[in-house]
Design a protein. Structure first.
Lengths: 363, 363
């Protein structure tokens, strides 16, 4: 896929000018691939794009990684630096005379602090208030990539319903999920949470050596990257028939998740989507067990703006994509979560995950 | 595995006192697992250990990730924060009255800049000058973990020599390597570079859709995590017989790599190990094609101190572990690299990778 990087850089510069920002520095994280189609390796050698108002943007890249860069001379200039050069010095010189700089949110502290020391008169801030204004609204090509990534995970979810869970460890099933993520068309499997029985009450549980057995509820939450864009979905499985209690709580969760999705449309505040899910779960008496926000934006980053959380009164708009993933977690007993990625459309919502959301009873 | 975290924290505090540092903040990166055995998720919700001189260290962790934390009340206190709390505010209050703070090198810019804004009178620096003094010298348990990780990759390297390369894509072989990394005992496969033919001239090439064929030299550079510790080794393969030219250049590389390993012992400067490898490659006329340093430290982080690079006159000492990985890269034609992890012993060096280093001719 290729995007109009020139247009993105132009839009970024217009925002910089509006906000009185003299330079934007993009390193690890998704601002860099958004702006020029190149992703920095998360290592101790600095990769950094320097965007200023008055010259072609410069990509500093370690010399040994320069062959990885797809050059786009009409968009940016490549400046490889060798092992005995000082990349912070090079960036500092490019920033001479610039009063206000913003840096990508995930840039390493070591680089930010070194730049601040070198440029004591310069003001540093984070780039996301600028870049999110652009990155939040996906264009048709981005939506297409997110749709394809979502549908690829849907196929994994469908295959999971037919699989045997009992007797396998969480780690083993997690590996199988990662393999299926690739088989169904992703270039990378980013994560595959398998949280069984009481482990399900830990939303970010790491799949471990617990052997799954009859009576376990199992949270499977997984995603990957397809053409640079992320997928992320959660489905619930139960080894053997669940108890009536589990079914009843699950019905509450299904209702909350569906209602939150239905609440999505242009003009609605992000926090109102969270409130919709939370009100239903609270009314059923499980409010204190829904211990996280309802969702997060998704795109080039697995988590990005907008966040669907109380306190965020930002108004949703067409082209925004995010997860809707309420959960209920009873410590020491079990957990449950249902997660879909959705896109705000012109008048409502499109689900990018369409696989069966019902509790799957597995062997 | 469990380590004496209390002793590590005590040693850290003594260093803080010596250097006049009032607080250390550990977030993403390896300082945190080194100090308390917990690894932060690299996400937008803040995880941060606050170590000050006068109280039990506090681990701030997102509420939904609190169940992941193995609690060690004698070592640190857990402070889960919920979605509507302000974690930067909590850290700022813990830092009241502290004049000088160091933060882990990989901490996200967004957190560092927010803390600086909240605490304008506080001086911020990076933690590695402090923590590397401890983390560089591995204790016997750490060496054991690194040895087991090294030997696990050796078994993968041995299996690779028997495999068919021809007709497979780089990406396909890369997936097989990742699977073998797990099969041989790692908990995670971190990376598996497969760079064939001209792609071999790009040291950090990402395995792609190129189909390997007779006549290709193939760089395979891979590693994972075993009990928290990293492995990293590179071996060279050739599909069918190589040319005389390739054999001759490879002999130079073998000599350079072996000489650099032999140069390692306590008291030698890191840069002298680099110079040993570089002199041999330069004498053969390939100096300009050895475009990176000779090695990097390894431990909880895949890349850490000490770096084996010109300009680093730091003296090696027993217990330090790092890679020795010279390479020669002819743009547009081919590349080659041989990489072993070594440990400085009391009087010399121990190789943690012992698999066959000779060029493997494969089908």
């Amino acid at each position: 896929m290729t995007f109009d990087y020139r247009a993105r850089l132009d839009a970024t510069r217009r925002l910089m000018e509006t906000h009185g920002i003299g330079a934007l520095l993009a390193s690890v994280g998704a601002d860099l691939p958004y702006l020029i189609g190149y992703e920095a390796m998360p290592l101790e050698r600095l990769t950094m794009l320097v965007v200023t108002g008055n010259r072609v943007p410069v990509l500093l890249v370690p010399k040994l990684e320069a062959p990885r860069v797809v050059e786009r001379p009409e968009v940016f200039e490549v400046r490889p630096w060798s092992e005995t050069e000082d990349p912070i010095g090079i960036v500092s010189r490019l920033l001479e005379g610039v009063g206000s700089v913003v840096v990508g949110d995930q840039t390493w502290a070591t680089f930010v602090l070194a730049l601040e020391e070198r440029l004591p008169a310069t003001r540093f801030g984070v780039a996301s208030p600028l870049t999110r204004a652009l990155r939040m609204r996906k264009d048709p090509e981005e939506l297409d990539a997110l749709r394809r990534a979502g549908h690829a995970t849907d196929r994994v979810a469908a295959r999971l319903r037919e699989m045997r869970f009992s007797g396998r460890t969480e780690a083993e099933l997690s590996r199988l999920v990662a393999d299926m993520i690739i088989e169904e068309g992703h270039q990378a499997a980013t994560f595959s949470i398998v949280a069984s029985g009481p482990n399900g009450a830990s939303p970010h549980h790491e799949a471990g050596e617990r052997i799954m057995q009859t009576g376990d509820a199992v949270v499977v939450d997984f995603g990957g990257k397809l053409d640079g864009y992320c997928s992320d979905t959660t489905r619930m499985f139960h080894v053997g028939e669940p108890t009536t209690e589990y079914r009843e709580i699950f019905a509450v969760l299904e209702e909350a998740q569906a209602a939150a999705v239905d609440a999505v449309r242009p003009g609605v505040a992000a926090q109102d989507v969270d409130r919709t899910a939370r009100a239903i779960i609270a009314a059923a008496g499980y409010g204190e067990y829904f211990i996280h926000r309802t969702g997060h934006g998704i795109g080039l980053d697995a988590h990005e703006h907008p966040y669907i959380v109380e306190g965020n009164d930002f108004e949703l708009d067409a082209g925004m994509t995010f997860s809707i993933e309420p959960g209920i977690y009873l410590p020491g007993r079990f957990g449950m979560r249902i997660e879909d990625i959705v896109a705000v459309s012109d008048h409502g919502v499109e689900r990018l995950n369409c696989s069966d959301r019902h509790l799957a009873v597995v062997g």
